[in-house]
Design a protein around this ligand. Sequence first.
Ligand code: HEC
Length: 396
Amino acid sequence: MFYDLLNFLGSLHPLVVHLPIGFVLLTMIFEFFADSKSIIQNRMISLGWLFTFISSLIASLFGWFLGDNGYYFESQIDIHRWSGILFVVVCFLVWVYKSLNLPTNTFLSRFRNVIVITLLTVTGHYGGSMTHGEDYLTENLPEIIKEKLGDDYEEISTISSRSIDSLFVYEDLIHPFLEDKCMACHNDENTSGGLNMTVFELLVKGGENETGISKGNAYKSSIFSRVVMSQRNEKFMPPTGIPLSFDQTKILEWWIEEGAKLEQPITSFREDAKIQKLLLHLYEVDIREKPFLETLVLEDLSENDLIYLENENFEFRFLSNKNAVLDLKFMGENITKENLKSLDKIKEHVVWLSIIDSKLSDDEMAYLPNLKNLTRLKIQKNFISNKGGRISGRSR
Ligand code: HEC
């Protein structure tokens, strides 16, 4: 009951905050034109500051109740909270000063006004970012100005400039918007509801109460169901900020329905006309374009080739329906030139390659340019110098 009351008062905060803003601006304007010798006018000014002080005190109390519900980003709330409190304190001091009828100095009171307005702007701005999302000021600007501001355009262009064959649904399409809209509250340090979304396995597992992702069933996956329920439902995610766009929820839905695979290539959606349009619209990626994979004319690999690969410690997977295009993963601890040379016979078939934590050095890197159809290369955790890095620089 008591908490319900606090919650209710908290919900009035966005309404009440407008009162001190009105009072303080009116008081300042009045003071600017007032006759400083008039006792009555000075009283009015003092009263104006008193109203500002009281209303801002109420607003910040209500704000405190609202902030306590855990639905806001700590980093934003801190600045908003403390600049708000400072505003209340400053208004209190000004009121005391005025009501004591102490002498005023034009320069000092202008300086004081600048401080008060700065505090008001900072508090208001961070408050706005929390309720309407960080880009609330720019989101409705005309496109042309947004482009000038560089707003989010970089991310899109890096995706569209990359080869379609090298893009994954989760890593390249979904992860970026989850990071943007969810992970501030669901990360290693701040696991709201017990949910950490920064690690894929934990995202799938979910939080304290709900399964994160139920592969093949979007509506049984809380990551999805929470973003498509009515926004009035208190379980709706994200609780503050901009909700996922329609397109983003669609991609999320499709991906989960397809089995929520971490390594689902974007090209696997190309049969779907709706997805095609969406990707074109959202990321300027045209998956209808014949991707590189399909332009490759390759014979199917023989059973022997595959056994041979396994003997050399390569795990393989086919990237298309034909048994020709390979995604290879080196499974050993120490890769040698011989391992790589063994690829010679099938080198045109290798399109993706991963050699992670396998003591890959510049020497072996020098072999990689032989794989002329390579579009995706993963080589984390190895000993490669800048020289070796340049050799592989052409792929991805
Ligand atoms: C501003 C902070 C915040 C943001 C942003 C946010 N969440 Fe949450 N989330 C919470 C809090 C707090 C809870 C716990 C209360 C609840 O279950 O509603 C929660 C709970 C959840 C749960 C339930 C976990 C469980 O098993 O109980 C899921 C699923 C979830 N969030 C998904 C998301 C998704 C998806 C996004 C992004 C679209 C998101 N959240 C963004 C704060 C946030």
